[in-house]
Design a protein around this ligand. Structure first.
Ligand SMILES: [Zn+2]
Ligand SMILES: [Zn+2]
Length: 697
């Protein structure tokens, strides 16, 4: 069989066979014929289409990643045998005479609806070992059957009656529908205050895309926290969409991938990796919470899914819709320059009003010694609970305390692999590094001076606030929402349901409580440390703090009862606190823009970071020095560093950073390629490139 561009093929490489794709580049004449090997076979799977191949090339070129590395993201689920049928089990009919243990009964119950299931799926659903399933097959209780390849992706019905939209929403929905119907590339920012019904509005664009017979992709920053989003989708379209994220089982991933490739999954909601799915006819990409840093992938191919989504939309001749209550300065600058359209939803849906925000000056009304909640916040929580309403305390820090030190000698408990303190997790009785995962039991004695019971926690984490709240409000039913207390989508969904059903009075949470939740009975949000995010002092610290705290505040007062937000701060006069109290985000962003524009900082200039790492400090210094010496010199180009990274040791590797800063009209990629080509990278050393960096650690 003659291979064509896009075909997924098996090729011999050393002594293995690897999956590859036939590319449409010109043949490389520098490789002699004698070195070429024949393709071992074409895999029976939909070929990679031109728009996706173009996208792969573009991402590789922009991020300076190897094209094969980017292609692998698009092919991750394709392995030899993807076309092969998978075997599952169904109940024997009639059943044989065999002993039915409770475990076996659970397996039979899991098969009650006659849909066959795989061994792994059955074992998980029925909470039994795989051996139970096999023994039932041996006993004749189960019979093997081929699992259907076609997934149960129901077709969302665009005419299914959805919620009634307010006039603002209708106007925005009409504009979005027109953008989809135009079947052309465009970018629109849907900018609506928290609780304005942005989701219901852009779901009308999804409905139009379905009417056009094209596929739609919705990217969410944290798909594990999207149970309420999925419910909204189902209310609008009658069925659930296909979901794509890294926690799916390999079988579901394969089936979903194939359904997308064959056009059988009309709507996909996913994490950033869904951008690389093989849509044959993508007609719309929505990026919800476009300001979220979770869209930036920091490992492997370093890319920003929001920005790459816009590129993918261009290759597919489709509109991209960026959605946020707190748009990033990047996106606002694109609106201002006329590159993006903007639609606004200025008021809350259903007559609800935005919460009143006030600062609590921690210098004027400090908490009791050794405590973290100030008297005005305690009083506000007490009153809220007394009215039978819900309150939330927000602190963006997991664990019990961020630092543990010895009261005798001052020794601080530090991670052996990273430049970071160990964080006490009292529930698990351990000290953990939040960067590398290193964990040790809390020692009885100080490892430096040997004093017994001398280690004390310094500062609060969410566990410590929970302890304080338990003492202050013993009657309140409390729920902690943090990534380590709510592992996975099911736990997060259960928590959201408990809150909506008023089974909880007081929620204590980290940044995951800021994520788009709709809690109608929540009327008070207390921010325990509003200054926390400002400490790092990187380029976007103020912008990110405003976005996060505004999102958290936006959880309050989303139904009839008005909401109230209290910010505990040591600097109530800080522009961030002023912007939040006055609710004037536009003025704040204008001020940010005015600060970044003169120096040519993003979005008014470009940045690329080089992160040098090596097994030892000398190796990292030598390579960083070499890079510094061969730094590019050109008009509109500047190199900052080398300097030790803030995390100068991470997972045992020593790190240095250099920053390339250019004018906006200068392309950084050719400069970076030439620069990197001049420097030899020795054994054990590495240079990672981060174009448009978001994190500066
Ligand atoms: Zn560590
Ligand atoms: Zn000590």
């Amino acid at each position: 069989m003659e291979p064509h561009p896009g075909d997924v093929v098996l090729v011999p490489l050393n002594r293995r066979e690897e999956v590859g794709v036939v590319w449409d580049a010109a043949a490389d004449q520098s490789v002699p014929d004698s070195k070429l090997k024949a393709i071992a076979g074409i895999i029976d799977t939909p070929p990679m289409r031109p728009a996706l191949r173009q996208f792969v090339d573009w991402v590789a070129s922009y991020t300076l990643a190897a094209p094969g590395e980017v292609m692998a993201m698009a092919l991750r689920v394709v392995a030899p045998g993807i076309g092969a049928p998978t075997t599952g089990w169904q109940r024997a009919d009639p059943p044989t005479e065999a002993r039915i243990t409770p475990a076996r009964q659970r397996v039979l119950d899991a098969l009650a609806e006659h849909a066959p299931r795989s061994t792994a799926d059955l074992a998980r659903t029925a909470s039994v070992g795989a051996s139970v399933v096999r023994s039932m097959a041996d006993a004749g209780l189960l019979v093997p059957t081929v699992l259907p390849v076609a997934p149960p992706f129901a077709l969302p019905d665009p005419e299914h009656p959805g919620e009634t939209l307010a006039p603002d929403q209708q106007a925005a929905a009409t504009a979005l529908r027109q953008a989809v119907a135009a079947r052309a590339f465009s970018v629109t920012l849907l900018d609506g205050v928290t609780g304005s019904g942005k989701t219901e509005t852009y779901l009308e664009a999804v409905a139009e895309c379905l009417r056009q017979g094209r596929q739609a992709l919705v990217l969410l920053p944290e798909i594990a926290l999207s149970s309420q989003w999925l419910e909204r989708f189902e209310r609008r379209f009658g069925v659930a969409p296909a979901v794509w994220h890294s926690d799916l089982t390999s079988r579901v991933r394969r089936v979903t991938w194939r359904a997308v490739a064959e056009g059988a999954a009309p709507v996909v909601v996913g994490a950033r990796s869904a951008l690389f799915l093989p849509f044959p006819d993508l007609g719309l990409i929505v990026i919800d919470e476009e300001h979220e840093t979770a869209f930036k992938q920091e490992e492997g191919v370093v890319y920003h899914a929001r920005d790459m989504a816009v590129v993918r939309a261009r290759f597919c001749a489709a509109p991209a819709v960026l959605v946020s209550a707190t748009p990033s300065l990047e996106t606002l600058a694109n609106v201002e320059a006329g590159r993006y359209h903007r639609l606004t939803l200025p008021t809350r849906h259903g007559g609800a009003v935005l919460p009143a925000v006030a600062a609590i000056d921690m210098r004027a009304t400090p908490p009791e010694r050794g405590h973290f909640l100030a008297p005005p916040l305690i009083e506000a929580v007490r009153q809220t609970l007394a009215r039978g309403e819900q309150a939330m305390l927000f602190l963006n820090r997991r664990g019990y305390a961020p630092l543990t030190l010895c009261r005798h000698c001052g020794h601080r408990m530090q991670c052996p692999n990273c430049t970071a303190w160990l964080v006490e997790h009292r529930v698990r009785r351990s000290l953990q590094c939040h960067h590398c995962g290193h964990a040790v039991p809390i020692p009885e004695e100080c490892p430096a001076c040997g004093a017994a019971h001398s280690l004390v926690p310094v500062g609060p984490g969410v566990e410590r606030i929970t302890e304080e709240a338990a003492a202050l409000f013993p009657e309140a039913r409390r729920l902690v929402m943090a990534s380590d207390t709510l592992p996975g989508p099911d736990a997060a969904a259960a928590a959201a349901h408990a809150i909506a059903a008023r089974e909880v009075d007081l929620i204590i949470g980290t940044q995951i409580v800021a994520k788009g939740w709709h809690f109608p009975h929540l009327t008070l949000v207390g921010v325990v440390d509003a200054d926390l995010g400002l400490a790092g002092g990187d380029l976007r610290a103020a912008e990110r703090t405003v976005q996060l705290l505004h999102q958290v505040a936006g959880r309050a007062g989303r139904a009839e009862a008005p909401g109230r937000v209290l910010l505990q701060t040591f600097s109530p006069e800080h522009p961030v606190m002023q912007a939040l109290v006055e609710g004037d985000l536009a003025a704040f962003m204008a001020r940010e823009a005015a600060q970044r524009r003169p120096g040519g900082w993003p979005p008014y200039g470009r940045l690329a970071a080089l992160i040098v790492s090596a097994d030892d400090a000398a190796g990292a210094d030598a390579l960083a020095r070499d890079l510094g010496r061969s730094a590019p010199h050109a008009e509109g180009v500047e190199v900052l560093g080398p300097a030790p990274a803030p995390l100068s040791v991470l997972r045992g590797r020593h790190r240095r950073r250099l920053l390339l800063k250019t004018r906006r009209d200068v392309a950084v990629q050719p400069i970076l390629r030439e620069w990197l080509g001049k420097v030899a990278v020795g054994r054990g050393a590495r240079v990672e490139v981060d174009v448009d960096p978001v994190s500066f650690l």
